[in-house]
Design a protein around this ligand. Sequence first.
Ligand code: DAT
Length: 172
Amino acid sequence: MGRVVIIAGTPGTGKTTIARLLSKRINAVHVDVSRYVIDNKLYIDYDSMHLSYVIDEEKVVKKLLELVEKSDKIVIIDTHYPEILPPNIVEYVFVLRTNPIILEERLRKKGWPWRKIRENVMAEILSIVVSNAINRFGEDKVFEIDTSNKTPEKVVEEIIGIIKGYIKPFKQ
Ligand code: DAT
């Protein structure tokens, strides 16, 4: 069974960029949950108001657990909704953070509509992903990583440092 590392964060904070790079660096399996849901048709509906798929949570969790069970490598799960996973299988939850002004720029570059940009920038300001992650997984497993004004390589170094125990992260 693989160890599970989650890369979470508001859309645009860099989950897929970081998870892809990290998985190459540590030879892990990368699962981009949004992509995985579409590729495996694990959605119930498309929400045209929020311009996103409504996932079939039960099926998604079942498939992810099977994948982790079969894997002999670390599994990096990239999702803005980490609480669907059971805490007992999760070792680390890295929540990527981005200054809201920089996040807005990144989402503009992705060509997102203004309504969706505003919704996500607000979610980042309110630290919604972090509070949900702490509620579900507990403070000890959750690490906030700032990606503003850093290269993806630098962010990956920080994460590897924490996983290997080289860096003692600051915890309030
Ligand atoms: P997400 O998967 O969270 O939606 P993404 O990886 O698709 O995010 O997009 C993030 C964008 O931000 C991508 O174009 C790369 C850019 N970026 C700039 N600096 C970054 C950093 N330090 N870490 C991650 N992404 C960064």
